[in-house]
Write a protein that binds this ligand. Sequence first.
Ligand code: HEM
Length: 462
Amino acid sequence: MTLPPGPKIPLWLLSQQLDTNPLGCLDAIYQRYGDIITIMAGSTPIVYVSNPSGIKQYLTNTKEITISTIPPGDSPITVGQMGQQGILHIDGLVHKHRRPLLMKAYHGERMNATGKSICELTEKIISQQTIAKTFIANEMLSKITLQVAIEVVIGLREGERYEKIKHLYTSCMKYEKSPLFEIIKKLPFAQLDLGRLSPWGYHKYLLKEIFQFLYDEVKERRKQADSSRTDMLNDLIFACDETGKPLSDEEVRDLLFLPISASNNGATDSLTWLLYWVHSLTDVREQLLDELDSLGENPDPMKIVALPYLNAVCNEALRIYPSSMFSLARVVVSPVEIMGYELIPGTILFTNIYSTHQREDVYPEPKQFKPERFLENKFSPYEFIPFGGGARSCIAGAFSSFQMKLVLATILSNYKLTLVNKRPEQAKHSNDQCYAKSGVKMVMHGRRQHQGKSRPLVSDFV
Ligand code: HEM
């Protein structure tokens, strides 16, 4: 058996290089070893694929390759974060059954109904920025995505309970991105729970509080069951498992945790990059404003999300710096051939989303931000893959694109912002997320005057 080639340096060194310079590190590995590579974790081969036909080959193979779960106790951070019955800890029939229950809140009519509140919330939060004062785009955007998530997942929009859960998640996410937590995460011996005032204990305390809050909310909602509500929590308390029994309160609690934190992480980082690109490139911004202005003032959210150039700009931002650089893991369960290599049971497979999106043969001049490529070409779901694919693909991919378009359109149409730094923003990597190192510093210059339809429309461009 010959495994695909790959770097021979220790895993810890590689992951350090990846965290500090994720794009340079992955570009160098791709240049040297090609589009299927192996990294050994002890005796387990981990294979990363960035070839569209290879990705298709394994994502569509449900016989020899299965979705992986995080084994209980394997990682204190993820297990603590998501509860034992969260979506990432289940597989097989149970996973197949729970996924659609979570997806309901993010699709079709439900998704469309959130459009107005995404625009209103964005307007409310961006209007709070002080004129001529610097702000961090990532922090401002995180407020929007978290509040949207709390509404979609547990149906809270205001009040004491809403403020409490917002505060808990904000503190937890902020702490997880702090330099102190970045350090203790990598030092198993520092992961001691010595109470709320210790670095590890504080994280555990926040998670415990969040889980307790979610549990109380499930209990309370069961008492006043109202089938007309349209949030994820309601879907789950009225749902039955595969044997016809209602889901337990603990299971509902565990299932609710990830959708709120994923909304805040993936969606905020993607939106931050989007705002950065649009404000770095005058031509792109002008063209986008022409398209947005063509809809008149206060357009219907459904008209905004149908704009072709806006769609192309959002896709290009997700392509060039995908906030998830890799998919979740898949595992080989019986011998299988992928791209000419025989993989043995136990081999772990990941889609290398970033390197797939950097392929010169699919995306000429891949380092250039060129939204036109999405107007001129249609890419396959294995070439453009920001939300992964197959049985563990993102449950909120369509919703996240929808949200990105509405947040960007609301900000750009109504406010004048500029970037503080003229230098290119640096990418950092942590927990498989690719994020902007500075958070993107911006300055608010006040409200923008709507320009009417004076400029040529973007459709001239298509
Ligand atoms: C732009 C924002 C987002 C990006 C780029 C993103 C990306 C991804 C990716 C790459 C995966 C792994 C797919 C695979 O392994 O094939 C994933 C899985 C997942 N995402 Fe997202 N995501 C985003 C937003 C969200 C949001 C808003 C939610 C809220 C519900 C969410 C919930 C999930 C869940 C639950 C999974 C695991 C699904 C499963 O285990 O079946 N994501 N996401």
